[in-house]
Design a protein around this ligand. Structure first.
Ligand SMILES: [Zn+2]
Length: 139
């Protein structure tokens, strides 16, 4: 599994000011391709990237325990799980998600239904949690 997190450090040490105008001009993908031609992500390998419009996360990694299930039957408890809801997902209100039965998993913007255990992520600002739930996890 490629560790993309380590890239910035490496990039700084290799940084060449002569390249700056080119860096500013070339679109990210072109730049990426040029300077990291062997990047596994660019080669289409599975490095764990989740594209913005990729299929929703459907395989719950951490299935809710029976205790959690019981606890999260309460909407208030579900809402409290959204304490560290990421800033980039603020377009989706935790109140709406918890009302639709979702609990925040603590990973990215992935939420899990307390009832069926289905996980959804990559929320868009105009998503409707109820519709998304019905769409991805029809009964
Ligand atoms: Zn469900």
């Amino acid at each position: 599994m490629a560790t993309q997190e380590k890239a910035p450090e490496e990039r700084i040490s290799q940084f060449d000011y002569a390249l700056l105008p080119e860096i500013l001009q070339s679109p990210p993908m072109g730049h990426h391709r040029k300077f990291h031609p062997d990047c596994e992500f660019l080669l289409g390998k599975d490095v764990g990237n989740i594209a913005k419009y990729d299929v929703r996360v459907q395989n719950p990694e951490n299935t809710l325990s029976r205790d959690d299930k019981a606890r999260y039957q309460e909407e208030k408890a579900r809402l409290e799980s959204f304490k560290n809801w990421p800033f980039y997902a603020q377009g989706m209100a935790p109140r709406e998600l918890s009302a639709a039965g979702f609990v925040f998993t603590g990973k990215r913007d992935i939420v899990q239904c307390f009832s069926c255990g289905g996980c959804l992520g990559n929320w868009e600002d105009d998503d409707d949690p109820w519709k998304e739930h019905a769409k991805w996890f029809p009964k």
